[in-house]
Structures are given as structure tokens and as C-alpha cells.
Design a protein around this ligand. Structure first.
Ligand SMILES: Nc1nc2c(ncn2[C@@H]2O[C@H](COP(=O)(O)OP(=O)(O)OP(=O)(O)O)[C@@H](O)[C@H]2O)c(=O)[nH]1
Ligand SMILES: [Zn+2]
Length: 310
């Protein structure tokens, strides 16, 4: 049957299971979309080709090539968080204490995707808890990661002033362990986020009004110019089964000058004799905590029976 409706480009602005919201480039607004056939792997940030099927509805026919994609995966399946982003912001806090292992997983996934990361240390009003993570934040700064310090529940204008320059003219993927205050931050940056979330919940019939889906917001001009924010549900795990041991080693910036200097070409920098990375750690030139966490991640990658390749 010939197609009666022309295909048009659109941006995926929300995803929940097989249901999407898409914004047609020509008309703006939002349509509810499903993907055609069995391929349901569009994600927020994708540029897709759609065809309208009825009032406010469309099918996704194809996905444009991505310039990058951030995904998490276990040994069985991988889950796309977002595509075509300029940067990742990791929200963390001292209370509850953030997991440094979880942070390293995100850093590795973003590094392999070629996407820069900044840390957003929240809840600085909790003086003691914030002081407790300061040394770890400094270790990240020493590796070249920007670290912003905010109190999302405090002054909105201060939060905006701190983040504006970093947000402007970019698409930012915001991720975080549950409880770090990411929702509070999103509401500070996008004042009508809750209302819009409810509208999306209704449209996608998610049945819940919390962030159980990923969505893209345009930041108000008053907050940041030409900026988009992709909010993801908070998580407690972040699988990186799609990464190889070598990719993990290359995702550690402090290993870079040492790679190729170990005795064995295929050194995984755990227990092998003549390992230059381990020697540097023992000499105090590499942060021992990060080296230890890296070892854990490599162990997990090497013991995974098979890795899904996206
Ligand atoms: N003291 C303090 N508490 C904050 C701040 N920002 C957020 N919180 C609190 O931290 C708790 C978690 O905040 P949420 O914004 O719900 O956290 P979330 O990271 O979105 O958590 P999930 O919904 O589980 O993903 C809430 O009780 C917030 O009120 C802050 O700047 N200072
Ligand atoms: Zn080595």
C-alpha cells in the first residue's frame, strides 16, 4: 500500500517502554509515537523519521545515525539512556553517601561514548556530609573533571548562576543515583517540570507521576540560552557489560601515560607482574581507591559470559 502521509523528521523527547513522545521539526508540538515493527530501540535525543497516523499520533519509521549514545547493560540486555548528547552531568551528594563505584561506571560508559562529564555535588548545605566527600571530589578535579557545588533545595538563582555557562547551547544528560536530589535540581532548572511530567505520564499512560521515564526539557531562556536537559530515572546500579577490559583501562585518564609500558601487552592492570599502572599506584601516583574500583569493574567484565554488542 503506498504511504499516504509524508515522512517527517522529529526529535524523541520522552520514552517509556515502547512508547515515545516525538516533536516534529516542522510543526513543533508533541505526538505520541510507537516504533514500527519489532525494533523499539529509539531513545530520547534520537532524530527519527515519523509518519502521522492520526490526531496526535505517529509511527517511528527509522532512526538517524547517532553521533553518540549512552547505554547501560547487563549480560542479557542493554538499555539506551539517550543519544546525541553534548555532555553528562552526574548528580551526587554526601548524604546519602554517593557510591564511587557507581560513579566510575558512569564515567567509563561516558568516556567510551566520547561524551564529557561534569559532577554536580548537591546538598552543600549539609556541611558535615559535604565535607566528608570533599577529598573524593578533589580526586575527580585532579583528573580534569569539572565539579559544580550546589544546594538544589536552596536559592534557585544561585543554582542557575552556577550551572548556566555549562548548560548553555548544549544538550545535557542528567544522571544520578537515587536520592542525590536530581529531581529537585530538575525542578529548579525547569520550573514547570512536574506539570510537564504529569502530562507526559498521562500521554504515555505510565500510570505514575514520578520520573520512571526519560524525558527531554528545553530550558527556559531565563535559565540558559539554547539548552536542553535530558532527565533520567534515578538508579542504584549501572551495568557496563558492553565495555571491554581494554576500553575500561582507556577510560581511566590517569592510566593513559602508562598504557603500553607494562611487561605484558595484554596486561589488564590487576595482578600481573611488571604492571606499570600498579607500580604507579603503589608509588602513590595513582589514586588507590580508583585503581581498586577499576580492578573490580575489569573483573566483572572478564567474567561476563557474553557481552551484548550494541
Ligand atoms: N539538604 C538538602 N537536601 C536536598 C537538596 N536537594 C535535594 N534534597 C533532598 O534529597 C532528597 C532526594 O531528593 P530528590 O530530588 O527526590 O532525589 P532524586 O535524586 O531525584 O531521587 P530519585 O527520585 O530516587 O531519583 C529529598 O528529600 C530532597 O528534599 C539540597 O540541596 N539540600
Ligand atoms: Zn598493567
Amino acid at each position: 500500500m503506498p504511504a499516504l502521509v509524508a515522512a517527517e523528521p522529529a526529535l524523541v523527547t520522552a520514552s517509556y517502554g515502547r512508547h515515545y513522545l516525538v516533536r516534529p521539526a516542522q510543526t513543533g508540538g508533541e505526538l505520541i509515537a510507537v516504533s514500527r515493527g519489532k525494533r523499539t530501540d529509539a531513545c530520547v535525543g534520537d532524530v527519527v523519521s515519523i509518519r502521522r497516523t492520526g490526531e496526535g499520533q505517529a509511527v517511528i519509521e527509522s532512526i538517524s545515525p547517532r553521533r553518540n549514545q549512552i547505554l547501560r547493560s547487563d549480560q542479557w540486555r542493554s538499555k539506551l539512556l539517550a543519544a546525541n548528547v553534548d555532555q553528562v552531568g552526574v548528580v551526587l551528594a554526601g548524604d546519602p553517601p554517593f557510591s564511587e563505584e557507581l560513579l566510575l561506571r558512569i564515567l567509563c560508559a561516558a568516556s567510551v561514548a566520547g561524551v564529557p562529564v561534569a559532577l554536580i555535588a548537591n546538598k552543600i548545605d549539609l556541611g558535615e556530609a559535604h565535607a566528608a566527600i570533599r577529598a573524593r571530589l578533589d580526586a575527580c578535579r585532579a583528573l580534569g573533571l569539572p565539579v559544580f557545588e550546589i544546594a538544589a533545595r536552596g536559592s534557585a538563582s544561585r543554582v542557575r548562576d552556577t550551572l548556566r555557562g555549562w548548560l548553555e547551547r548544549r544538550t545535557t544528560l542528567l544522571v544520578g543515583q537515587s536520592g542525590m536530589g536530581k529531581s529537585t535540581l530538575v525542578n529548579t532548572l525547569v520550573p514547570d517540570a512536574d506539570l510537564r511530567t504529569q502530562a507526559i505520564s498521562t500521554a504515555l499512560a505510565t500510570g505514575r507521576h514520578t520520573t520512571t521515564f526519560t524525558r527531554l526539557f528545553d530550558l527556559p531562556e531565563a535559565v540558559a540560552t539554547d539548552a536542553r536537559l535530558i532527565d533520567t530515572p534515578g538508579f542504584q546500579t549501572f551495568g557496563i557489560a558492553h565495555l571491554s577490559a581494554s576500553q575500561l583501562a582507556h577510560a581511566m585518564p590517569e592510566f593513559a601515560p602508562l598504557l603500553g609500558r607494562c611487561r605484558f601487552n595484554d596486561c589488564t592492570h590487576r595482578g600481573e607482574p611488571g604492571c606499570a599502572v600498579r607500580a604507579a599506584t603503589e608509588a602513590g601516583n595513582i589514586d588507590a581507591r580508583r585503581f581498586q574500583l577499576y580492578g573490580r569493574l575489569v573483573e566483572e567484565t572478564l567474567s561476563a559470559p557474553s557481552r551484548p554488542r550494541p
